[in-house]
Design a protein around this ligand. Structure first.
Ligand code: PLP
Length: 394
């Protein structure tokens, strides 16, 4: 008898294991939860990220949002020319463009992926391009090179992912990673900016780090006047977040391997059953990241909301898509944009949903499944069986 709903609990590792608890306890006993300079906990995490991403520098922040804000500030985005990005991202990647003194210019997705389409971007009339590796699917970064403007990668769904063998976060002028609790590497909250451009590293630092750290590290003559009194936000990462995230990096390879096996198992089962669903493919030489895994429904979905309700009722492990930011009041009512960001007065044009056919199709035809990150063959088999009954009855 095939169950109509998933009855097994979602298999999970403890979000924070003994190593995280030991590291956090040690720090508490030492009584050192804040570092104004580049102290040992912060340095260890930054060095580990620079090694993972293969960049010269990694700079910690208290959120992924702050790291995006700092990256866009560091590459010098302007109020006159916006930041090209796709709407398939978290809202703070969008608002970071406003916070950095610029604004988002939305462009459509690639027809076959959740990522920005590099073809036909008007890079002559923007100040940067922001590429999100959405739902862990690495964007084709080799097609985002040679632009006249800097490219910033949002790697918040893609810790450890690679494109053409090279880590995401190392292709663009800067990469940004969220370490928020739902992400594959978590400090509770936190963010990391990766770059091999010394000036970008230093400029990003001036936006949110302590004068002590600026005094220790700044070398660019035009930045030196900021040492005493940075024009600063407070974007430093607490040391507790740093030691926890550092431990999470140690288990990342094993978690990625187990997720991969589970996804391969599920893919085989749905293929063999001939179900009208398949994971968004990635190239053979790519490594995907993990933040929910997008599956394409291969037959037209007429009522996506009803489908999601049915999948949810069947207790399938669904992650909701982000709201549609193109139609959210903040971005569709110019008065709200102008109230929050005075540099936008008289400048904001709301996006028109009809200009984003691939994005709209992706939203209609995609379900995002959570894949367990530990061995879970029984669970995967049950998910495949319940998918079969749910999709066949629709
Ligand atoms: C989580 C996330 C962010 C924001 O990160 P926070 O750490 O929550 O500030 C930005 N972009 C994407 C794509 C995200 O998923």
């Amino acid at each position: 008898m095939t169950p109509r709903t998933v009855t097994l609990p979602f298999p999970r590792r403890p979000k924070y294991g003994d190593a995280e608890i030991t590291a956090a306890t040690k720090l508490l006993r030492e009584g050192r939860l804040s570092d104004v300079g580049r102290g040992p906990a912060i340095a260890a995490l930054e060095d580990a990220f620079a090694a993972l991403v293969d960049t010269t520098h990694a700079l910690s922040f208290n959120s992924g949002t702050a790291s995006l804000h700092a990256a866009l500030h560091a590459v010098d985005v302007t109020p006159d020319q916006g930041v090209v990005m796709s709407p398939m991202t978290w809202v703070s990647a969008i608002t970071a463009a406003f916070h950095a003194g610029s604004f988002p210019i939305f462009a459509d997705l690639d027809p076959d992926s959740p990522n920005l389409d590099p073809a036909g971007l008007d890079t002559a009339h923007c100040s940067a391009v922001l590429v999100t590796h959405a739902w862990g699917v690495p964007a084709p970064m080799h097609r985002f090179t040679g632009f006249p403007v800097p490219v910033v990668e949002d790697c918040s769904h893609a810790h450890g992912a690679r494109h053409q063998g090279r880590p995401v976060g190392s292709w663009g002028t800067a990469g940004c990673f969220s370490l928020q609790e739902t992400k594959a590497v978590s400090g509770g909250e936190g963010g990391i900016l990766t770059t091999s451009d010394r000036l970008v590293y230093e400029r990003a630092m001036t936006l949110g780090h302590h004068p002590r750290r600026l005094a220790e590290e700044l070398t660019a003559p035009e930045l030196l006047p900021l040492i005493e009194a940075p024009a600063s936000h407070k974007f430093r990462m607490p040391t507790l977040a740093a030691v926890i995230a550092h431990e999470q990096l140690n288990t990342l390879p094993a978690r990625m391997r187990d997720s991969d096996r589970n996804l391969a198992h599920l893919t085989r089962l749905v293929e063999n059953a001939g179900l009208p669903i398949a994971p968004v493919p990635i190239p053979a030489d790519a490594v995907r990241g993990w933040y929910g895994t997008p599956f394409t429904l291969t037959t037209p979905v007429n009522d996506p909301a009803a489908l999601h309700t049915r999948l949810q009722q069947a207790r399938l492990p669904i992650r909701a898509l982000y709201p549609d930011w193109l139609t959210t009041p903040l971005l569709s009512e110019a008065v709200l944009v102008e109230r929050h960001w005075p540099h936008m007065r008289g400048r904001w044009t709301s996006p028109r949903p009809q200009d984003f056919p691939n994005y709209r199709r992706f939203r209609r035809q995609t379900v995002v499944l959570k894949i367990p990150d530990l061995p879970a063959p029984d669970y995967i088999e049950q998910v495949a069986a319940v998918l079969a009954t749910t999709l066949r009855s629709s």
